[in-house]
Design a protein around this ligand. Structure first.
Ligand code: BGC
Length: 750
């Protein structure tokens, strides 16, 4: 039964402690709160999109503010926050002008409370022209290299701050266990440990310098909770997740992020088990505030309070939606296209449907964020920050990250690396595309408009030509992922006569959010036909996959001599691809997800025993975990051997630590990096144990012939799971530890 707004249970107020503020700031904050009217408080909780203050609203593409609209937002509605762009990225100077104009207007208010501007810097600063774009999170996960995540987040923070912006709506901490989902590329893949490690690393990098510093921004972990697992794979459609699963797989990355110091959190626009998360007092207040101890700002996602009424239909009126969300624990509403939230919340407060204590709590958290980010000291873009935009070394970092993301999935007969004088036909829809190398959140929301990319962005064709030369490298393709010319099999066959090898660049063009919804993971027929036609020529075919999620390639994999998973790896994708194809970089990426073999079966690597060995009679559907390429897979041009796996004890007791060492040797003839992964397996447990769980990884570099001993330390927390009472516990019993092809057993006792 729909809850009546009259039946609001008394709200238990959790007051932000402000341990993060200096005494002086805390004093100022409390003084300010005392002077604020209800209207000013509700205004602080209101976040609008830039269209609300631009000339002509959404029609504006250049970020030109309308003074009257700005006045209305700041003076009449006391708006606390602004976000977004209408159409595309601006120069850093333009951003500086926009932010300056907004803060100038706040000076005309009674209390002069600055506005906090927020943007989505998801793989680099999306909305500033010429910013440095890195691999999407999925590619960053493939690097298994937190130091790259850290360095990339620092650059993002610098480039945001240089743009005058102090709040980044990143990182995405959703777990990618539903490959159909259009935001899969924004996740760190299917594994909980990778997501919590990389997520916490990014958050620390954004915030650790102190948010008053010009090298830091407030982070926003998102989208709490369970956003990534819609049952049918479409964005913002129902998820059904039992709480035991929510806690085992989806909650840990947020718990870790809170420990890492995340200042803000954004909520999942979807519903779990029939309850929209924006209306869930249990998830927002009981779990997030009380259990996880999160003190920062809880912001909605786009229009999500309105949607409680008009899409989810759990609130009979728009005001009831506001009441539900604020009483559930929301602090700030990304309204964002009008002032309806402000009017409705004011009404609700006056009718006592929302207690004043809840409003004060939310406003205190918002003001804390503004004090923390130094906006009360100086709300204007900081001149010194501008020098940190677009430093030459950022390009090298983007290349390093793209190199380490690239994941070599197949290399039959060592077709790769190619000799520099190989005659190459480079074709396929991504061969001359920049957008298909970068994906979502790249200078525009969808990332699919090349007009806004830096002029020195390279296509795969250009990067290969730079190495192989114009004489040896040719194409049948043109610009435009969907241009029919790119799928012309006749010209492809004809051109292949002069080639030794065919490089086919296929996959997906950029998309973000619901425009990326798809009914299936099959590659479009014309791409499959292209691959088949290339194979018919008898020349070796190398597939380069530029894609945000695993598209189905089981039907074409057998005809390919080589397959390189390139993800959407940002500014230097093409250069990194060319380096790997020619052996100028030895690939070391490892898949952060299980590449499905069949479109009807998605089994994750951390499968349960009954998924491993299925009870089947006359089964012709294969058995157990059987992806096309398993989680963690990735080839190198050299080989690594593991030996001498040793535990400091086979009996781990209580809170003691277990030290595990293994020797890794580069047995090939090239230097290479290698991510050493440690998995554990709980043999018997009260909840069916996973067959394996990743517990640690370390990336090492080894010269040809070199050996290194790698040491890991784990404790009982690394062996824990969520039990039937929803408690995270470690049970006594036997465990296996697995590194590479080596295994050892140990016992845990209390
Ligand atoms: C997305 C968020 C994003 C917000 C603001 C929403 O549609 O789901 O991830 O932060 O827009 O751009």
């Amino acid at each position: 039964m729909r809850k009546s707004i009259l039946a609001i249970i008394a709200f238990t107020c959790v007051t932000a402690t402000n341990a993060q503020l200096t005494k002086a700031d805390e004093q100022k904050l409390n003084d300010l709160l005392k002077q604020m009217t209800i209207e000013e408080k509700v205004g602080q909780m209101t976040q609008v999109t830039i269209a609300v203050i631009t000339k002509g609203g959404w029609a504006d593409t250049e970020g030109d503010l309308d003074p009257a609209a700005l006045k209305k937002a700041i003076i009449d509605y006391h708006v606390g926050s602004v976000l977004n762009v209408n159409a595309h990225a601006f120069t850093a100077d333009k951003w500086n002008a926009i932010i300056t104009q907004i803060q100038d207007e706040t000076k005309n208010t009674k209390l002069k409370i600055p506005v906090i501007y927020g943007l989505d810097g998801m793989h680099g600063q999306t909305y500033t022209l010429s910013s440095t774009l890195f691999p999407q999170n999925l590619g960053m996960a493939a690097t298994r290299n937190p130091s790259l995540v850290r360095a990339a987040a620092k650059v993002t923070a610098n480039e945001l701050r240089a743009s005058g912006v102090r709040w980044n709506f990143a990182p995405v901490l959703d777990i990618g266990r539903q490959p159909l989902w259009s935001r899969f590329p924004e996740t760190y893949g299917e594994d909980v440990y990778i997501a919590k490690t990389m997520g916490a690393t990014a958050i620390k990098a954004y915030e650790e310098d102190g948010l008053k510093n010009i090298t830091a921004v407030a982070s926003c972990m998102k989208h709490y909770l369970g956003y990534s697992a819609p049952r049918n794979g479409k964005d913002r459609t129902p998820a059904y997740i039992p709480e035991i699963e929510l806690r085992e797989y989806y909650l840990p990355s947020f718990r870790e992020a809170i420990k890492a110091g995340a200042s803000t959190i954004m909520i999942n626009s979807g519903e779990i088990n029939g309850e929209p998360v924006h209306a869930s007092k249990y998830l927002l207040t009981d779990v997030l505030r009380k259990e996880l101890g999160f003190q920062g700002v809880i912001v909605t996602d786009w229009e999500d309070i309105k949607r409680l009424h008009d899409r989810h239909n759990v609130a009979a009126t728009p005001r009831e939606a506001v009441v539900m969300a604020i009483n559930a624990g929301i602090d700030m509403s990304m309204v964002p296209s009008d002032f309806s939230f402000y009017d409705l919340l004011l009404e609700a407060v006056k009718l006592k449907e929302v207690p004043m204590s809840r409003i004060d709590d939310a406003v205190k958290r918002i003001l804390t964020l503004k004090f923390k980010t130094g906006l009360f000291d100086n709300a204007y873009p900081e001149a010194a920050a501008k020098a940190n935009f677009g430093k030459p070394e950022y390009q090298q970092l983007a290349l390093d990250a793209a190199h380490e993301a690239m994941t070599l999935l197949k290399n039959k007969n060592n077709t790769l690396p190619l000799a520099k004088n190989t005659r190459l036909l480079v074709a396929g829809p991504s061969a001359q595309s920049i957008t298909a190398l970068n994906g979502c959140w790249s200078y525009t929301w969808q990332g699919n408009n090349e007009q806004w990319y830096p002029a020195d962005s390279k296509t795969i064709l250009q990067a290969i030509k730079d190495k192989g030369g114009d004489k040896n490298v040719f194409t049948t393709t043109v610009k435009g992922f969907n241009n029919v010319v790119n799928y012309d099999v006749t010209s492809l066959k004809r051109a292949s006569a002069n080639a030794d090898v065919i490089i086919l660049c296929i996959g997906e063009d950029a998309y973000a959010e619901s425009p990326g919804n798809t009914r299936e993971l099959a590659l479009p027929d014309e791409q499959v036909e292209l691959v088949k036609a290339a194979a018919m020529t008898g020349k070796p075919v190398i597939l380069v996959l530029t894609e945000g999620r695993p598209r189905f390639i089981t039907n074409i994999e057998p005809v390919a001599s080589g397959i390189l998973m390139a993800y959407w790896s940002g500014k230097k994708s093409a250069e990194a691809i060319a380096d790997i194809l020619f052996g100028d970089y030895n690939p070391d990426g490892r898949l952060p997800f299980s590449y499905p073999k069949s479109m009807g079966e998605f089994v994750m690597y951390d499968r349960k025993p009954t998924e491993e060995v299925r009870e089947v009679f006359n089964d012709n559907a294969g058995g157990g975990y059987d992806p096309l390429f398993p989680f963690g897979f990735g080839l190198s041009y050299t080989t690594f051997e593991y030996s001498n796996l040793q535990l400091n004890s086979t009996n781990l007791k209580g809170d003691a630590k277990l030290t595990i060492t293994v020797t890794v040797k580069n047995t090939g003839s090239r230097a290479g990096k290698h991510a050493v992964e440690l998995y554990t397996h709980d043999l018997y447990a009260s909840i069916t144990p996973n067959m394996k769980r990743l517990r640690a990884f370390q990336k090492i570099s080894l010269n040809a012939g070199e050996s290194k001993q790698v040491t890991f330390t784990i404790d009982k927390n690394d062996l824990a799971f969520v039990n039937a009472q929803l408690k995270t516990i470690t049970e006594a019993g036997d465990f296996e530890v697995m590194i590479g092809d080596k295994k050892a057993k140990f016992n845990y006792s209390y």
